[in-house]
Design a protein around this ligand. Structure first.
Ligand SMILES: [Zn+2]
Ligand SMILES: [Zn+2]
Length: 84
């Protein structure tokens, strides 16, 4: 399948690139990582209204990479960086 993306498209290596029909190595890697996470989330029965969202431990221990957990993880990294 020919790629729908130009070589310099910034979406390579992101889920968006794969969804555009690109099957280059980087895009397939992004897709694989995403499917792994999706499968894990299903197994772990993580629901969008889980009260643990927004904590760095949820991000780490449950591999939840939703916006709220990502933000918590970034925030924690920022904290530890500042105190170092
Ligand atoms: Zn690609
Ligand atoms: Zn989350």
């Amino acid at each position: 399948m020919p790629s729908n993306l130009a070589d310099n498209d910034p979406r390579h290596g992101a889920l968006a690139g794969y969804r555009q029909g690109c099957r280059c190595r980087a895009c397939r890697d992004a897709w694989n990582a995403w499917s792994r996470e999706a499968r894990y989330r299903r197994q772990a029965k993580i629901t969008p209204d889980d009260p643990r969202h927004g904590t760095a431990s949820f991000y780490r221990n449950h591999a939840c990479h939703c916006d709220r957990c990502l933000a918590a993880q970034r925030w924690l990294r920022q904290l530890t960086k500042d105190s170092a």
